[in-house]
Design a protein around this ligand. Structure first.
Ligand SMILES: *[C@@H]1O[C@H](CO)[C@@H](O)[C@H](O)[C@H]1NC(C)=O
Ligand SMILES: *[C@@H]1O[C@H](CO)[C@@H](O)[C@H](O)[C@H]1NC(C)=O
Ligand SMILES: *[C@@H]1O[C@H](CO)[C@@H](O)[C@H](O)[C@H]1NC(C)=O
Length: 177
């Protein structure tokens, strides 16, 4: 009975609050940057007394944006592996947009990203997928490296040949004396 009351109460109060993703999946390459974006309901003509946004990558917290509108209090906590690689646009929050920029992407950043929004007029969450593929330039830089190895080998052979020749000349010269 209490549950039913709470459920109907929450659907009544929080029913109109939504969090959307602007894109359900993103594709990016290693070392590049990407901006993941969410939108949430903002009430026109009314500032929320609090707005807490919590974003995570499959149970690893990436960024907690604890944003209190009136006190302008901002605190942030971050998983070590995202340290210095996440930037959030605080101005966009006012318009109901969460913009999380991830810098210098790694292949292990791939996964499900979920952002939960809590305000005094509702809470909700939404997820999107990020797929980070290995950098293509790692494959294209290998042939020049091999070429350089070839030149090194040729140089070694030429030096060795010159040495042998020099030794032979010496032997002939001194041998004839
Ligand atoms: C990624 O973002 C960083 C910091 O904002 C910037 O310095 C860098 O040029 C960006 N790299 C790319 C590939 O956009
Ligand atoms: C969320 O998506 C629904 C359906 O596309 C749309 O009607 C609604 O306006 C969106 N809300 C926000 C806050 O983006
Ligand atoms: C990630 O992208 C690669 C290259 O486009 C694709 O082959 C792979 O299936 C994608 N993986 C997921 C989980 O979407």
């Amino acid at each position: 009975m209490i549950c039913r009351i709470l459920l109907s109460l929450s659907s009544c109060v929080f029913g109109s609050f939504v969090v959307n993703v602007t894109q359900t999946s993103y594709q990016a390459e290693e070392n590049h940057n990407i901006t993941l974006e969410w939108t949430f309901t903002v009430e026109t003509g009314r500032s929320p007394t609090y707005l807490i946004i919590y974003c995570e990558l499959s149970e690893q917290s990436i960024s907690v944006l604890d944003y209190v509108r009136d006190g302008a209090e901002v605190s942030e906590s971050q998983d070590e592996k995202f340290s210095g690689r996440v930037q959030s646009d605080r101005d966009a929050l006012r318009e109901g947009r969460i913009r999380l920029q991830l810098c210098r992407l790694r292949t292990e950043d791939s996964g499900q990203y979920r952002c939960q929004v809590n305000t005094d007029y509702g809470f909700s969450s939404a997820s999107c997928r990020l797929n980070v593929t290995a950098a293509a330039d790692q494959r294209s830089t290998s042939p020049p490296q091999e070429e350089r190895e070839d030149w090194k080998n040729i140089l070694i052979v030429l030096t060795a040949a010159a040495l042998v020749l020099a030794l032979l000349c010496c032997a002939l010269y001194f041998g004839s004396c």
